[in-house]
Design a protein around this ligand. Structure first.
Ligand code: KG4
Ligand code: ZN
Length: 341
């Protein structure tokens, strides 16, 4: 095995076209992200076909920029890592096909990466001494999981959402109160001016008391009902109070279940991952509660919370080390499961 492995990583699973150069899974030489948010904003959410077209337009320039910023040439690349699921199929295919072409022409291994595993591995970039096992709370726009990472490449799902993902709930509530897309950062911001105890929104309870699963559709419906009632009564809605109260309900259950998962697995280390990990209330509450339970909580920096290719480069390195090279006919898998190979 080489002692310096340089991976060019590509990510195009949703609305960010991204490429990065990562050495040995932890050292980021470049991390280029071209966001399509402006394009999708006017539609109030990601339009899959528009996303694919934008990836096609942008991918060559994004990859070139990643090489330039890393000050390397294509000949210096030891492997190409790429997200092949989960995500929007048309969007995934753009990055996957580009990566295949590159790996084939350079005659280097192609490494297929699960996007969610990438989010988890973002923590390895920031926390250089972090090693599995640990518990990870994955909270993104499409997924909400508590995962036990036993070893590199070995993931056990402890719990998941039974309906909406946490980020999806943030986006839907933001739309309902007229904040626009993407909703998470907007709810986070406006909540700072609101009273989180103004309205009591319900926290989902599972029938099975031992289950650490989540459900966010109930709290989302409760917000929508509240808004309808206020509108019918012609009463003024305080958006900041609604946002802060909703955020408190979601964050509360995320933090409680994450701590219970650590106790269940007898680990005192929890990493947070995914776009919602950028949420300031989640960060503060997690830090405060974990301190009480003697659990170390780790967050990636903001830029590595939301979609990026550096995290894909990190995950690809551990797949490369395990000798898991993708075949040239690898296809995009929109509903790829965590830990599935
Ligand atoms: O991980 P990500 O970039 O994409 C997916 O893989 O889904 O996550 C995007 C999600 C969106 O739902 C967005 O609203 C949410 O992360 N998000 C936030 C914050 N920043 C991004 N949610 C709450 N607070 C934030 N500060
Ligand atoms: Zn993501």
């Amino acid at each position: 095995m080489k002692d310096k492995v340089t991976i060019l990583a590509i990510e195009s699973s949703c609305d960010e076209t991204a490429a990065a150069v990562v050495v040995n899974g932890r050292e980021v030489l470049s991390n280029v992200i071209s966001s399509q948010i402006d394009v999708h904003e006017k539609f109030g959410g990601v339009v899959p076909e528009v996303a694919s077209r934008k990836h096609i337009e942008g991918i060559s320039a994004v990859v070139q920029k990643a090489l330039d910023e890393a000050k390397i040439k294509l000949e210096d690349v030891d492997a190409v890592g790429v997200t092949y699921g989960p995500g929007l199929v048309g969007a995934l295919l753009v990055g996957l096909q580009y990566a295949k072409g590159l790996a084939y022409s350079l005659n280097v291994p192609l490494i297929g990466v699960n996007h969610i595993e990438g989010h988890i591995c973002a923590n390895f970039i920031e926390h250089k001494n972090l090693e599995p096992p640990f518990v990870c709370l994955v909270v993104s726009g499409g997924h909400t999981f508590i995962v036990y990472m036993k070893d590199y490449g070995e993931f056990e799902v402890i719990s998941k959402t039974r309906d909406d993902a946490a980020g999806e709930a943030f986006d839907k509530v933001a739309r309902a109160i007229g904040l626009g897309y993407p909703g998470g950062p907007k709810i986070d911001k406006i909540s700072k001016e609101g009273n989180e105890d103004a309205i009591i929104f319900p926290r989902a309870k599972m029938d099975d008391k031992n289950s650490l699963d989540f459900s966010f559709s109930g709290v989302k419906s409760a917000v929508l009902n509240y808004l309808n009632k206020m509108n019918m009564k012609n009463e003024e809605i305080n958006k900041a109070d609604v946002a802060a109260s909703f955020q408190k309900a979601v964050v509360g259950v995320l933090v409680d279940n994450a701590i219970k998962a650590c106790e269940m697995k007898k680990v005192n280390k929890i990493a947070i991952a995914g776009g919602v990990a950028a949420n300031s209330c989640l960060r503060e509450t997690m830090e405060r509660e974990c301190k009480k339970h003697n659990i170390d909580v780790l967050f990636p920096p903001m830029v590595l919370c939301t979609d990026n290719a550096a995290m894909i480069g990190s995950a690809a390195y551990y797949e490369y080390q395990a000798g898991r090279e993708a075949a040239i006919d690898i296809n995009a898998i929109p509903n790829l499961k965590l830990g599935e190979r």
